[in-house]
Design a protein around this ligand. Structure first.
Ligand SMILES: Nc1ncnc2c1ncn2[C@@H]1O[C@H](COP(=O)(O)OP(=O)(O)OP(=O)(O)O)[C@@H](O)[C@H]1O
Ligand SMILES: [Mg+2]
Length: 340
């Protein structure tokens, strides 16, 4: 935490942390920025800003969106990285024993944003426990304050203070209790971007990459999105970065697209099975799926009772009427993996 400024509240001196200044622009569709800004608006003196919750797959751009939306309000933006180890006092004020055994009080980035009238992004908020959320519940309703038991003070949020949180869904997250969930509204969902936006995002993040390679990456990502694979633009950026480094390390031109090297990078960033979504492989993969579906239908027609393979297919939760589950297609994946 970088400390810049001191303020005194009810006789207690607090050291404030500094807002974050990074190049993190939101590229592409600005509908989501508008949704966030609308949630933060006050339409009347008596109105209160909402505390939106940004949801989406890992790497889809949640933190980027929150930061960029905060910056678009021309306010200082503070990021608080939540984790399982965060304690309620870490969210508010932490005492530190300084020289001469004196206690100094350090305001968290959340409290610093409250005092400075900035935006606080509680990043990956559902990684922290209910106790932490409980300590800031009053901040998210009409009261707009937090209390520090350690410093013995109550801190009211500045009129301009705004809050949002980002959330992930994985095993290291907590269920958010209902009384907190109802304070973290509205929900803003980030979906996979379309082709044009995805290309623009890659270009923004890797302005030194050749267009042909960027387009090859977008083809891969867009094909994977159709199948709701968890591959996001962050994976695309990492594949590209590693690809260019691999090429440069071999003294080869990283502006040229070499498909074997690109696939090599994909294997190291993702896995072998991701390769079926690359241009060329994807068309083969879809033809194979089509063929398998036709075979399955002809089996239904010809045989009574229903063959077990068809039953499995239709009993599987993931499969839909025209779809095969991954096991059914594993032969193809293996064949694909050997054929890089
Ligand atoms: N619309 C966008 N504009 C610019 N960059 C983007 C956009 N979407 C994603 N990115 C880039 O994708 C990468 C991942 O974004 P970010 O870290 O915001 O994702 P996240 O959803 O917060 O991920 P996590 O769930 O792991 O926290 C970053 O490098 C970011 O620059
Ligand atoms: Mg994030």
């Amino acid at each position: 935490m970088i400390i810049v400024e001191k303020v005194v509240i009810d006789g207690v001196e607090l050291r404030l942390s500094k807002p974050v200044e990074v190049n993190m622009d939101w590229v592409g569709d600005d509908t989501l920025i508008k949704q966030l800004r609308a949630a933060w608006m006050k339409v009347d003196e008596e109105d209160l800003p909402l505390n939106p919750r940004i949801l989406g797959k890992p790497g889809v751009g949640k933190t980027t969106l929150a930061y960029a939306a905060g910056k678009s309000l021309k306010k200082p933006v503070f990021l608080f990285q939540a984790s399982m180890d965060v304690r309620p006092e870490d969210l508010i004020i932490t005492p530190i024993i300084a020289a001469k055994n004196e206690i100094e009080y350090y305001a968290s980035s959340l409290v610093s944003a409250m005092i400075k009238g900035g935006v606080c992004v509680l990043d990956e908020g559902n990684r922290m426990s209910e106790k932490c959320w409980a300590s800031i519940a009053p901040l998210m309703d009409r009261r707009r304050y937090v209390e520090s038991i350690i410093a013995g003070i109550r801190i009211y949020a500045h009129e301009d203070f705004r809050l949002c949180t980002t959330m992930n869904e994985d095993s290291s997250t907590y269920e958010i209790p209902e009384y907190i969930s109802s304070r973290l509204q509205p929900k803003i969902f980030i979906e996979f971007p379309g082709r044009v936006d995805e290309l623009e995002i890659l270009q923004y993040n890797l302005p030194f990459a050749e267009k042909e390679i960027l387009e090859y990456t977008v083809d891969f990502l867009q094909n994977a999105h159709v199948h709701d694979e968890p591959y996001t633009v962050r994976d695309g950026i990492n594949i590209l970065r590693y690809y260019m480094k691999l090429k440069a390390s071999k003294n080869e031109d990283y502006h040229e697209l070499s498909i074997p090297d690109f696939k090599d990078s994909m294997i190291h960033i993702l896995d072998k099975s991701s390769i079926k979504y690359t241009k060329g492989k994807y068309e083969e993969y879809m033809k194979r799926r089509e063929k398998d579906i036709l075979i399955a239908f002809s089996k239904i027609k010809d045989s009574k009772p229903m063959p077990p393979s068809f039953k499995v297919l239709h009993d599987t939760e993931d499969s839909d009427d025209n779809d095969f589950n991954d096991d059914e297609l594993s032969d193809f994946d293996e064949k694909d993996d050997d054929d890089l």
